[in-house]
Design a protein around this ligand. Structure first.
Ligand code: DQA
Length: 144
């Protein structure tokens, strides 16, 4: 069975490309997913890329990652990063390495973005490299 990495994206990330491009860039989520798939193929692994605006979907998908034997999860929880105890608990519950991903660097932005419930449970964080954050995180997942 191929090694699979789940790539989970939270609210508003479906709007990448047109959403505040000065902060998040002009790449769409489909562009990012395509780059991840190409890099994964080079590395001989599979990526399962999903996006939802609903917190519970992200919780369910974290559980599914564990249940289906995924190697790791890359998680950009969007604004739920800063609010979601449910996602924090799910990360702790699944006992899989979860890498927190952000396009922007939340620490250089508004105060309310400085707290991360994801980061407090994650293996590590890649933030601030735009769309490249995802590719760096994929490489990081594969050295674990
Ligand atoms: C984000 C940063 C979050 O603060 C914000 O709510 C997002 C995107 C990022 O990728 O930079 O939706 O996760």
């Amino acid at each position: 069975m191929a090694t699979t990495i789940f790539v989970l994206n939270g609210p508003n990330l479906n709007l990448l490309g047109t959403r505040e491009p000065e902060i998040y860039g002009r790449d769409t989520l489909a562009d990012i997913d395509a780059r991840l798939a190409a890099r994964a193929e080079e590395l001989g692994v599979a990526v399962d890329c999903r996006q939802s605006n609903h917190e519970g979907d992200l919780v369910d998908w974290l559980h599914e990652a564990r249940a289906t034997g995924a190697k790791a999860v890359l998680l950009n929880a969007g604004a739920y990063t800063h609010t979601s105890v449910a996602l924090h608990d799910a990360i702790k519950a699944i006992q899989l390495p979860v890498i927190e991903v952000h396009l922007s660097n939340p620490h250089t932005r508004e105060e309310f973005r400085h707290k991360s419930y994801i980061g407090m449970a994650a293996k590590g964080t890649i933030a601030g490299f735009g769309a490249k954050s995802y590719l760096i995180a994929l490489d990081a997942a594969l050295i674990l």
